[in-house]
Design a protein around this ligand. Structure first.
Ligand code: ATP
Ligand code: MG
Length: 286
């Protein structure tokens, strides 16, 4: 039987676009039209399930989905028995405790005996325990920021990215308790056939990610400058050197980290590089 890997992604929200792009950049085609709950890839043995992010760890634990993408916050909070396959670097945010702006704050000890509203009772509970603080955790599923102003809790613990929502609710951030990014989680007992499909995806993700940080650089120079310029272009192996139609001139091609390029640009020009082209790389395979 030909196995098909079931991949759970968030249906709509802050993880959706980057999750779908990740697979599309890997050349996996599928139709994710509005309202769809399931899609089968036309060119790769995979099927996508579009779900609420909170449900994804449970589906992966049960093996209903083979892999899934969620925020680490949701992964840790739901505490499901799944494998942590790969950190993905997008949907970065932090989970923080905030209190009314008018109040002073010295240390976490001041939360002793207070009530804190949150949708993350597990992560908050762990933080309080680690700090030897006993507080009442008031679990609510949404609109957490409003809790202090309506007298529901003294403080809140919620996801923060810019802090704008806190500010507009008269709160200030006093403790960052967890930092999160998107993570690929996996069913712990995948069949060898499905594991090999996951490995193919991971290989493709690595190729795409590697390419994103690197550029293909092409430049022209006089033959006598080759050795000096070569030192400034630490490429994959060695730069390719092609003769130009003009006698004594060559074109040098190399792949370098974008960061190295910007650091070395002046030195390259001083070393006699001309007509420098910097091109994006789509995939990079070692
Ligand atoms: P769902 O309807 O699927 O339950 P949701 O409302 O719970 O969605 P979103 O707000 O879409 O969730 O956030 C999904 C995940 O994206 C969060 O769990 C978190 O990991 C991350 N995230 C949340 N807020 C931000 C933000 N402002 N910037 C970047 N990432 C964020
Ligand atoms: Mg959710």
């Amino acid at each position: 039987m030909n196995e098909v890997l079931r991949i759970a992604v968030q249906k709509s929200g802050r993880l959706s676009e980057d999750s779908l792009n990740l697979f599309k950049e890997c050349g996996i085609k599928f139709d994710n039209g509005a309202g769809k709950l399931k899609a089968t890839s036309s060119n790769f043995p995979a099927e996508f399930l579009f779900l609420r992010d909170d449900d994804i760890p449970g589906y992966v634990e049960d093996g209903v989905a083979d892999i899934g993408i969620v925020g680490q916050n949701v992964h840790v909070e739901t505490s499901k028995h799944v494998n942590e396959v790969k950190l993905l670097g997008f949907s970065k945010c932090r989970l923080s405790i905030a209190i009314p702006r008018s109040e002073t704050y010295g240390s976490v000890k001041e939360l002793e005996g207070k009530s804190i509203a949150t949708s993350y009772p597990v992560i908050l509970g762990n933080f309080l325990k680690d700090n030897g603080v006993t507080a009442h955790i008031h679990e609510i599923s949404g609109s957490v920021e409003i809790a202090p102003s309506i007298g529901l809790a003294h403080a809140v613990c919620d996801i923060v990215s810019s802090g704008g929502t806190l500010l507009s609710n008269g709160l200030k951030e006093v403790e960052v308790i967890f930092r999160s990014e998107a993570i690929m989680i996996g069913y712990p007992n995948l069949s060898p056939e499905k594991q090999s499909i996951v490995n193919q995806i991971l290989f493709r993700i690595d190729s795409v990610q590697r390419a994103k940080n690197r550029k293909y650089v092409v430049l022209n120079t006089k033959q006598e400058n080759i050795a000096l310029i070569r030192q400034l272009l630490p490429g994959m192996k060695a730069p390719s050197i092609l003769p130009l139609a003009d006698e004594g001139w060559v074109s040098m091609h190399s792949v370098i980290e974008e960061q190295d390029f910007w650091q070395n640009i002046e030195k390259l020009r001083d070393a006699g590089a001309e007509g420098i082209l910097v091109l994006p790389i789509e995939k990079m395979i070692f």
